[in-house]
Design a protein around this ligand. Structure first.
Ligand SMILES: [Zn+2]
Ligand SMILES: [Zn+2]
Length: 107
């Protein structure tokens, strides 16, 4: 094993088979314990309902309702989730990424 240019090792090695693995890990992929907890889309705020309704909305109304100029590729929450809004279709409207991200929590 050759020393790394910056002097500090960037790899660790598997405690089972000594395979090089990214620093911070303790086992290689083969010996790593199975992760039972996988971050679901719900925990990121985008659940299946949102994704489904977004697809429906973007199919029917391709133009952003906020600027009426750009193509909508995102579904904007009319009442933001942070204010108790839901992912139901009546709380979503087509928006372009620019309008959607620029609006924040303002109504
Ligand atoms: Zn291993
Ligand atoms: Zn827009």
């Amino acid at each position: 094993m050759t020393p790394n240019q910056r002097g500090s090792p960037i790899y660790s090695s598997c405690t089972k088979c000594k395979t090089l693995i990214p620093l911070g890990e303790s086992r290689c992929t083969r010996h790593r314990p199975k992760r039972t907890h996988v971050l679901s889309s719900t925990q990121r705020g985008y659940d299946a309902e949102y994704l489904r309704n977004r697809a429906t909305i973007l199919e029917g109304s391709p133009l952003c309702v906020l600027c009426n100029r750009r193509i909508a590729t995102t579904a904007d929450h009319i009442i933001p989730l942070s204010r108790g809004g839901t992912n139901q279709i009546h709380n979503l409207r087509p928006a372009c990424p620019r309008c959607n991200s620029g609006r924040g929590n303002r109504l």
